[in-house]
Design a protein around this ligand. Structure first.
Ligand SMILES: [Zn+2]
Length: 323
């Protein structure tokens, strides 16, 4: 059966015009840490440790980023959902990744007076645990949401191919398979439209069907009220094709990339054009910078230009409440 794109279900404004994007807010879905070596796979430690100083376990602070999209008809989407509530993960994994108790995504939504049940669309760049875990492990907390994931990614994740087993944890896939078919939208093609002003950009590289999510047209990103970034060429939620601002270098990639040469190819072909038209990039895991417009650099390929910082973590007291 052909899925009905969520955009066709959307109401029009009172004037009859299509809904427009009225709010774009980057959120911290999960604060965690990642091994520096796997984050900058081909880069020697003597180099990456100068711009990303590791802790005693060779780990660097990262976040799992999310993006709240609001439309003029009152509907809302989240792009990616982080790892999910901490207590749903085994103690060993929580410790290895430094995941604090609680659920950062729920706290971040609460700052906008929202909860997961207010979300109508969850758009996933791909189905790795640190992007899909939030919606998959806490599915019952998203009773109103339709899930959007590219069909190529979905098919790889549910294929049972043992080569992908570690990339797509069984509990995440089993949970997503419980979603009724009418709440799963699995678009195809290179640039499928998802909702008014929002489309997927199939990148591959990091995973078989990894997508960036493009919000077209001049946009303003805002985080925490005061902090703003204007982007004349739209906003691209890059997911893991650009996990941090350091990965703007064409030759940098992660040890988790299924097809590293495709990651390099995607950046080589797309970054010059997107930098030129003033697109703002949201990084999947950068602990310091939510988003940036970028400019070419003769030595380092591309550098952040205007940036939107990630807010400081809440105080230890505030973060140490029980699950
Ligand atoms: Zn990933």
């Amino acid at each position: 059966m052909k899925n009905v794109p969520p955009e066709e279900k959307m109401h029009t404004d009172r004037e009859g015009a299509a809904p427009r994007v009225t709010g774009l807010h980057p959120l911290v879905a999960t604060r965690l840490r990642a091994d520096g070596g796997t984050t900058f796979a081909p880069v020697p430690r003597t180099i990456w440790s100068t711009f990303a100083p590791p802790d005693e376990d060779n780990c660097i602070p990262v976040i799992a980023a999310s993006l709240l999209i609001e439309w003029s008809d009152g509907r809302r989407a989240l792009v990616d959902t982080g790892c999910g509530p901490a207590h749903l993960h085994p103690e060993k994994l929580r410790h290895a990744h430094g995941i604090a108790p609680g659920w950062d995504l729920e706290n971040a939504l609460a700052e906008y007076g929202l909860a997961p049940e207010n979300i109508n669309l969850v758009i996933l760049t791909h189905l790795h645990w640190d992007h899909a875990g939030g919606v998959a492990l806490a599915l019952q907390r998203f009773p109103a949401a339709t899930l959007v994931v590219h069909s190529r990614e979905w098919n790889a994740a549910v294929s049972g191919n043992p080569l992908f087993a570690k990339s797509y944890p069984a509990e995440i896939i089993a949970s997503l398979l419980k979603l009724p078919k009418e709440r799963r939208h699995l678009p195809q093609g290179k640039n499928p439209a998802i909702a008014p002003g929002v489309s997927l950009m199939l990148t591959g590289g990091h995973s078989p069907g990894h997508c960036a999510v493009l919000v077209s047209g001049p946009q303003r990103l805002s985080a925490g009220g005061a902090s703003l970034l204007s982007a004349r060429g739209g906003v691209l939620f890059a997911g893991d094709i650009l996990p941090t601002r350091h990965h703007l270098r064409i030759g940098y990639y992660t040890a988790y990339d299924h097809y590293p040469i495709h990651v390099r190819g995607w950046k080589m072909h797309n970054l010059p054009r997107l930098a030129g038209n003033g697109t703002a990039f949201l990084f999947g895991h950068d602990a310091d910078v939510f988003a940036a417009t970028i400019k070419p650099d003769p030595r380092r390929d591309f550098l952040p230009e205007k940036t939107l910082p990630v807010p400081a973590p809440p105080s230890t007291t505030a973060a140490s409440h029980p699950d």
